[in-house]
Design a protein around this ligand. Sequence first.
Ligand SMILES: NC(=O)C1=CN([C@@H]2O[C@H](COP(=O)(O)OP(=O)(O)OC[C@H]3O[C@@H](n4cnc5c(N)ncnc54)[C@H](O)[C@@H]3O)[C@@H](O)[C@H]2O)C=CC1
Ligand SMILES: O=C(O)CCC(=O)C(=O)O
Length: 469
Amino acid sequence: MSAAQNIPTRNRDGASAVTNSFDPSTSPTATFTSPSNSFSHRASQSSSTKQLKPFNTQDVKVLLLENINVTGQDILRQQGYQVEALKSSLPEDQLIEKIKDVHVIGIRSKTKLTAKVLEHAKNLIVIGCFCIGTNQVDLTAAANAGIAVFNSPFSNSRSVAELVISEIIALARQLADRSMELHKGIWNKVSAGCWEVRGKTLGIVGYGHIGNQLSVLAEAMGMSVIYYDVVNLMSMGTAKQVPTLKALLEGADFVTLHVPEIPETQNMISTEQFGYMRKGSYLINASRGTVVDIPALVEAMRSGKIAGAAIDVYPNEPAGNGDYFNKELNTWAEDLRSLKNLILTPHIGGSTEEAQSAIGVEVADALAKYVNEGSTVGAVNMPEVNLRSLTADEPNHVRIIYIHKNVPGVLRRVNEVLGEHNVDKQMTDSRGDVAYLMADISNVNQRDIASLYNSLEDLGSRVRTRVLY
Ligand SMILES: NC(=O)C1=CN([C@@H]2O[C@H](COP(=O)(O)OP(=O)(O)OC[C@H]3O[C@@H](n4cnc5c(N)ncnc54)[C@H](O)[C@@H]3O)[C@@H](O)[C@H]2O)C=CC1
Ligand SMILES: O=C(O)CCC(=O)C(=O)O
């Protein structure tokens, strides 16, 4: 039995459709019985045109890790899916065991969905990253296995920007040190080395969603803003783009990093770059832990070159709350903990009620739309393909999703199969090695569905076939 055969598909009589759901030859009646059964009982009442809910949604198994917001959990449960939600991430061996069984997985930044883990995810059709970053997922391995990946591209950008603004002032005033001292009962009223931020220059590396927000907020506090980005961008306010990272480091009092984790940003700030920074300047990293060479930062702070830093992200982060942040996890953890004017936060840039609630809704909606209707709009590793939802006025329609290798001649062969029927509408697109085809076919009976599915599965180019509605 192929991997795709364990994906839930339409079941018109409410019987379980997960096991062997796409194998009409072994179990035709388990999946496609009672064609006369009306769709209307599953039609959504919320829109003026009733939209169909496909197959038995209660057969869809969802695993949510890392304390996904209740807004997202609720949306997925309302679809009827079986949702298991855990508070923390899972170590690789446990993840491999759990992922074997599920059709949908939701994660945040800590769960590593590597090619090795995905190899075991035989039933998985979609991954939801309830965050911005998708570096924790092997996007190519996922696409090649026909697994779509969604994220939330900007729901927590404002939260990160506000955290960084608070850190700029806190670092300039050595706020964390004064607070820690007083917690220990020590009164230490000092002004030496403490500054206003008004009139200082903020250097933003990576002028995307977060960098933009930050730019506006910093100027409102009277700061000048310069930024460095690999693409030419429109400046917010009076911010100025500089041509090189070196120029930014030489020109800024505060440097803040907002780039993705990609090979080019690995150790982007190391000994050489600290060398370019102004004496007494500050560094903030709320992007990804691998962007800063931490031993080089420790050295730059010990030498007095860098007057303070705020670090929110680390190359290795604990799986959940309560776990230790120590040298077993990152060899230099104790060095960081010993430094003055160094704000350490546990990857909370996007951790606000507003951001988490918005992300929950955005990603859960995208997952449901993908599972139920096959829409890849917003996917980060697949071409964007969508057709309007089928309605209750269109009985005996099926939607075919055919994810296939992007090689010559496939569409001709697929259309030979589909051409036996009335293709109402069809859309196809490719991205890299993978192509995605969606077609709505009318007046299809049960036997047709079985034969359509088997014919598409038999084509050598197949990555994954799904039949919806
Ligand atoms: N600490 C936290 O909780 C959070 C961390 N993040 C991290 O922040 C990163 C940035 O987020 P957004 O601003 O939303 O991303 P974005 O994609 O909107 O912007 C990133 C910018 O970096 C630029 N860039 C890429 N490579 C570069 C390079 N080598 N040098 C200079 N610029 C480069 C891009 O052109 C783009 O303009 C995310 O990828 C994520 O890793 C995001 C949200 C929360
Ligand atoms: O809140 C999280 O778990 C991750 C935030 C983050 O780093 C992101 O959105 O990329």
